[in-house]
Design a protein around this ligand. Structure first.
Ligand code: NAP
Length: 275
């Protein structure tokens, strides 16, 4: 974890919320001061970055993942009494304990970012059933259950927002063998639409963020030159992104800047799925 990342979030998100100019007022809608956000899978990769971006936008944070030391160190860096809970999010007791900690510490939850995720390695015909179920538990069951558990707090929060981190492989099939991942992310996308329909009248927005290829542990940091070249060739912007390029889309969905956006998939892939 590079704590200097705390300084990397674009200045858009640190605009004075009391700004009086038209531009300042518009940008202030991206602020999350006084809001509480939960980010799962925050010990590395995109989740770590999401926690930093939300904090820089003013939110107070609860973060979770299995690696205790990493989430504790990030919580310390985020400051202001950030809650960190270490545990396996596939475990129902971990999810319940997490929600209880948030209730006790903050008494509210405004933004739920279901980010923790992982991939299987097929081909399907060689996989065990246990491997497939593990991935579905992580990528689909845990996000659904966290929404269920968070519902009372989200209903009570004005302008609450759920962001389910899906994938381009929730929208198109992958050629790489990862059946459970594709199935889970596709289901997460339609769960997002379903919950948006159910919770619209409760004032809770539910959207999916669908990244393309970002350099993290999950993607092997895209160090394989031939894989990199193939992705760059297919991507309209012709390059591999930096994880900071998800800051804007995430904070947008989390904030009042997206107050009329629900049931949508925001794909951030440099145009990979556009052609
Ligand atoms: N990177 C990409 O290009 C990309 C593209 C599309 C979608 N995504 C999605 O973005 C999300 C984050 O991916 P990433 O690339 O940042 O992956 P990553 O670097 O491997 O990070 C995954 C995070 O999830 C946590 N996690 C994994 N299994 C867990 C478990 N059983 N219980 C609790 N936490 C668990 C990990 O923490 P611990 O190991 O400490 O538990 C880690 O913090 C995933 O949902 C992924 O599908 C990523």
């Amino acid at each position: 974890m590079n704590l200097n990342q705390l300084d990397d979030v674009p200045s858009t998100f640190v605009t004075d919320p009391g700004a009086t100019s038209a531009g300042g007022a518009a940008l202030s809608r991206f602020r999350l001061d006084g809001r509480v956000a939960l980010v799962t899978g925050a010990s590395a990769g995109l989740g770590e970055r999401f926690a930093i971006a939300l904090r820089r936008a003013g939110a107070e944070l609860a973060i979770t993942a299995r690696r205790t030391e990493r989430v504790s160190r990030l919580a310390e860096a985020l400051g202001d009494g950030t809650i960190s809970v270490a545990g396996d999010i596939r475990e129902p007791e971990v999810r319940s304990a997490l929600m209880a900690r948030i209730r006790d510490r903050y008494g509210r939850l405004d933004v739920l970012v279901n980010n923790a995720g992982g991939c299987d390695a097929g081909p399907l015909e060689h996989q065990s059933l246990a491997e497939i179920v593990d991935v579905i538990d992580l990528d689909l069951v845990a996000p659904i259950d966290l929404c269920r558990l968070a519902a009372p707090l989200l209903f009570a929060a004005p302008g609450a927002s759920v962001i389910n981190v899906a994938s381009i492989f929730g929208q198109v099939g992958s050629r790489a063998p990862m059946a459970a991942y594709n199935a889970s992310k596709g289901a997460l996308v339609n769960f997002t639409r379903h919950l948006a329909a159910q919770w619209g009248h409760r004032g809770v927005r539910v959207n999916a963020l669908a990244p393309g290829y970002f350099p993290t542990d999950l993607t092997g940091h895209l160090t394989d030159p031939s894989q990199r070249a193939a992705i760059e060739h297919r991507t309209l912007l012709g390059r591999i992104p930096d994880t900071t390029e998800l800051d804007g889309p995430l904070v947008f969905l989390a904030s009042d800047a997206a107050s009329y956006v629900t049931g949508q998939v925001l794909t951030v892939d440099g145009g990979w799925t556009a052609t």
